[in-house]
Design a binder for this molecule. Structure first.
Ligand SMILES: [Zn+2]
Length: 130
């Protein structure tokens, strides 16, 4: 089995720390097995990376949070302006794009938040946007 490429090494287990059993969906397990990934290392890397990203996002933009998704749009609550803003996904000539309908741009904090939010990526993937 090989270590996961392009992912930071997981912090070693603390002395005396035991692992827990986790159930992985069979189809995902088969994909990992096909890639010859070492499952424990992969799961720990993914969990660590996601937690780091979530904690960083919460510290950097504590006033933003994912609300919901519908069709090709996701909705982000912005406590600074006390509004729910709509971010629309589209595939244009130059490629996939997210556009904030509140700021009318693809370069605001709402779009940046979406680009780093796993919930948004999952919502967009579920609607076959990208
Ligand atoms: Zn915006």
């Amino acid at each position: 089995m090989r270590q996961v490429e392009n992912m930071p090494a997981t912090a070693p287990a603390r002395e005396g720390e035991k692992g827990i059993t986790v159930n992985i969906y069979k189809h995902l397990y088969e994909k990992l097995k096909k890639r010859r990934y070492e499952i424990k290392s992969y799961v720990n890397n993914v969990v660590e990376k996601d937690l780091f990203s979530t904690e960083l996002r919460e510290k950097m933009r504590p006033y933003l949070r994912f609300v919901s998704s519908e069709g090709k749009s996701v909705y982000i609550k912005d406590d600074k302006i006390n509004k729910v803003v709509e971010i629309e996904a589209a595939v244009r000539e130059r490629g996939p794009e997210l556009r904030c309908l509140h700021d009318e741009t693809d370069g605001c904090v709402h779009v940046a938040y979406c680009l780093n939010c796993g919930e948004v990526a999952k919502a967009l993937a579920n609607h076959s946007i990208f």
